[in-house]
Design a binder for this molecule. Structure first.
Ligand code: 6GU
Length: 249
C-alpha cells in the first residue's frame, strides 16, 4: 500500500516511524511519503493561506498549492505504481463522514491513499470541485464530534487503524478478528496471571473462575454476554438498529 500525506507540519507525522507502522514500512508493506505543502508555493513567503472572501474570522487555505501538490503527487505515484493507478484522496475534516472500523477495513484494501491535511478555517471549496472534475475519488473523514487544530492527528489515527489491517502487518490474524468493534460489539474483559491477586490495598481480587475451567464453549458464551452487557452500558447506539428516514429522523 502507498500512502502520501500533504501537510504544513511534516514533523507531526514522525510517530509513523515507530512500532508496528514503522516496522511495516521497513518491511516494505507500506510505502509512506510525507510532503510539505509549501513546496508547491512560489512566493518568497511560501504563502498557503489568505483571508476569507466575504469576510469572517481566521484564514482559508489557497487553492493553487493544493492543485499543484495533487498533480505532482499523482504523477509521482503513477510513475511507481503504474500509469492507471488512482489514489483515494482523504481530507480529514470534522464535517466529514464518521471514520469507523468498517472504513478502516475498506481502506486497508486500497492500493493508494493520499491524505490532505487542512489547517486554519479550511480549504477553498474550489479545490474539491477541481479534484472531482479531474476524476479523483475524494472522501471527507471525521474522527468524532470535536474539533482538532488540523488533520495531522486524524491522519495518525486513521493510518494506524488502516495499516494494521493490511495483511502481514499484525502477526496474529486472530487478534484482529476478536477485537473491539470488528464484531460490532465492545471487547469483553481480559485477565492474566496471577488468577488470585491481592491489590495494594490488601483486597483479594480473583479472576472469574470460568476462565480457569477449560470449558471453551462456556468461556466463549460468557465472553459474548460480557461484550453485550458492556456495549449496552457504554455504547447503546451500537446495539440500536440504524435510524431510517421512515423513523422521521
Ligand atoms: Cl478528521 N479533523 C479535524 N480538524 N478535527 C477533527 C477531526 C478531523 N475529527 C474530529 N475532529
Amino acid at each position: 500500500m502507498r500512502i502520501d500525506v500533504l501537510t504544513l507540519f511534516p514533523e507531526y507525522l514522525a510517530p509513523l516511524e515507530l512500532s508496528l507502522i514503522g516496522k511495516a514500512r521497513r518491511d516494505g508493506l507500506v510505502d509512506l511519503r510525507v510532503h510539505q505543502l509549501r513546496d508547491w508555493t512560489h512566493d518568497r513567503h511560501r504563502t498557503v493561506d489568505d483571508t476569507p472572501l466575504g469576510g469572517g474570522a481566521g484564514m482559508v487555505m489557497k487553492p493553487e498549492p493544493w492543485a499543484e501538490a495533487f498533480a505532482a503527487v499523482r504523477a509521482a505515484g503513477r510513475a511507481e505504481l503504474g500509469e492507471d493507478a488512482e489514489p483515494l484522496i482523504v481530507f480529514p475534516n470534522p464535517a466529514g463522514t464518521p471514520f469507523r472500523q468498517a472504513t478502516a477495513q475498506e481502506w486497508s484494501g486500497r492500493e493508494w491513499i493520499v491524505f490532505a491535511c487542512g489547517r486554519y478555517e479550511g480549504i477553498d471549496e474550489r479545490v474539491y470541485e477541481h479534484l472531482a472534475d479531474e476524476g479523483f475519488e475524494v472522501a471527507l473523514a471525521s474522527l468524532g464530534d470535536y474539533v482538532l487544530n488540523g488533520g495531522e492527528v486524524a491522519v495518525l489515527a486513521i493510518t494506524e487503524a488502516v495499516v494494521r489491517l493490511v495483511p502481514g502487518v499484525v502477526g496474529n490474524a486472530e487478534s484482529l478478528v476478536e477485537e473491539s468493534h470488528s464484531a460490532g460489539l465492545l471487547e469483553y474483559p481480559l485477565y492474566t496471571r496471577p488468577a488470585a491477586w491481592t491489590d495494594p490495598s490488601g483486597t483479594l481480587r480473583e479472576a472469574p473462575a470460568i476462565l480457569l475451567s477449560g470449558d471453551h464453549a462456556r468461556i466463549a458464551a460468557w465472553r459474548r454476554e460480557q461484550s453485550e452487557a458492556r456495549t449496552a452500558a457504554r455504547r447503546p447506539d451500537l446495539l440500536a438498529p440504524p435510524a431510517t428516514p421512515a423513523d422521521g429522523a
